[in-house]
Write a protein that binds this ligand. Sequence first.
Ligand code: PLP
Length: 376
Amino acid sequence: MVHPRVLHALSTPLLGHLDPAFLALMNDIQALLRVVFQTKNHFTIAVSGTGSAGMEASIVNIVEPGDAVIIGVNGLFGTRLATIVERCGGKAILVEAPWGQILEPDAIEAALRRSSPVKAVAIVHAETSTGAWQPLEPIANLCRNHDTLFVVDAVTSLGGAPVEVDRLGIDVCYSATQKCLSCPPGLSPFTLSDRALAAIRARRTPCQSWYLDMALIADYWAEGSRAYHHTAPISMLYALREALRLVEEEGLPARFTRHRLNGDALAAGLTELGLSPLPPLEHRLPMLTCVTVPAHIPEAKIRASLLSTYGIEIGGGLGPLKGKVWRIGLMGESSTEAYVLTLLKALEDLFIRDGWLSTPGTALRAAARIYGRKKP
Ligand SMILES: *Cc1c(COP(=O)(O)O)cnc(C)c1O
């Protein structure tokens, strides 16, 4: 869901993309993005395109033909990163973990030792296909010790969980507007450290993408130069500024707590219904709850009933998890107690109807316990 203020911002009359008032709006966005990325990085922008554009921009700018890149693969999005590396002529070195599990730093370290020199390590912070929350700090430290760039996909985490770009020393980080930032899809928040910028400037070959070449785009976003590269998606940038203002008004710590509380309450309720979370307890994402659906439950049918009868959309499994899990997002504006309780009530009704649950209120009581315990 998107806040009405963001929808309203989308309908603001248009400005030219080099209009001084629009350039001021770009400055606002850069300053607000630095807050959510917890960075002072000068190069902090919104890439034109969805999260995948940010993913592609990260890889095509860093990777040259022949470069080795370690990719953590424990879900769909890690697999995509590897595909892009290969398309750039790079060598993708996969470090894998089962879907739903996190990547072990020891495995990354072994790959770094085996494959030196390694240009970058790329991992997904919040694996939306499995609900796993990857700890970043140990891998960030490995990257520093091995003088390797650290690329982080924060598409689902940014605005819902801490993404500490400067404290951890993340070199390349990208996100998307439509997940925890609660803005329509269309832009990819993106930040580069000085180390990453230096690597881009030192390339031996031109970036394989002209549209996503950050060395060229820097001249549009840099204050002072503002040279035309491509026309900025004006209305989307209006919307993003408003969405980021809402994040700033709430404050990051309060926003993270809200996502955690609602995610915990949902997981507690679902567990009572026999739907247990796929990732281990300590690595469960707050904004994306992935639960295993028991074999006797026709999962696609129940999802269809939720949508048609209750107006609630939840996700099914992807890849090897197809037909086996549900993925339930509680992101940004959609992370509310009302949504959690409404979904649990709907599931209770459907489960009672089909004879899989006998006592009404079981899941709701489990969620209420979490809310009662953690609320002031
Ligand atoms: C959604 C998502 C993407 C892709 O973003 P799009 O906006 O769909 O292009 C990339 N990585 C992760 C982890 C995602 O959840």
